[in-house]
Design a protein around this ligand. Structure first.
Ligand SMILES: Cc1cc2nc3c(=O)[nH]c(=O)nc-3n(C[C@H](O)[C@H](O)[C@H](O)COP(=O)(O)O)c2cc1C
Length: 182
């Protein structure tokens, strides 16, 4: 059975740190009942042009994964004080698929100063699609990782807190759906 939780790893870098956080959140969610996984490296997507790009076959695949979820946790690289272009492009391409999702962020950055960088995209999801933004972001710079995984204890705790809050906020929607499947 499909899970209501989707982790989206948005970095296209093979040595990505945000993907390490995505894996940690994915593992935690699997311990607690299950999660789906979407790595943007696995789906070549066109740049959104507001037109023909929407017809690309991979766009429908990733849009359906988002539609199927009730909660989406986005693991994003911070580029130029914003989420990376691949993350923003995904949102541009999939638009209404985000409607009323619970959405959380795990951000990997190079330094400590870009911690508000996700706000632009969080605001747009909230205002465009009534996404419920989890007010508990994970933000980590390069010192929080080893080659394989998240090494910093505080970042690990913050990932656990994000996952627990995601479940707390998503569970009522799951129960409402179960009570009223139509
Ligand atoms: C084009 C580019 C822009 C970046 N801009 C920022 C930035 O504004 N603030 C910051 O703290 N780090 C910045 N960085 C560093 C990345 O956030 C850092 O390398 C991070 O690990 C990227 O995530 P990833 O490892 O998951 O790909 C930038 C890196 C690149 C390649």
């Amino acid at each position: 059975m499909k899970s209501d939780y989707l982790i989206v790893s948005c970095s296209l870098n093979p040595d990505s740190n945000s993907r390490k956080m995505a894996r940690a959140a994915f593992d935690l969610l699997n311990e607690k009942g299950g999660a789906e996984w979407l790595d943007l490296r696995d789906y070549e997507l066109p740049i959104c042009d507001g037109g023909a790009a929407y017809s690309h076959s991979n766009v429908e695949i990733v849009a359906q994964k988002i539609r199927d979820a009730k909660c989406v946790l986005m693991a994003v690289p911070i580029y130029n004080f914003d989420v990376n272009a691949a993350a923003k492009n995904l949102i541009e391409l999939t638009g209404r698929a985000w409607t009323e999702k619970v959405v959380g962020f795990l951000c990997a950055a190079g330094g400590k100063s870009s911690y508000m960088s996700v706000m632009g995209v969080a605001n747009s999801l909230m205002l465009d699609f009534r996404s419920l933004i989890i007010p508990r972001f994970v933000y980590a710079d390069g010192s929080s990782f080893d080659n394989e995984s998240v090494s910093d204890a505080l970042v690990k705790t913050r990932i656990e807190e994000l996952v627990d809050t995601a479940i707390t906020l998503t569970e009522p929607a799951r129960q409402a759906k179960r009570a009223n499947p139509a």
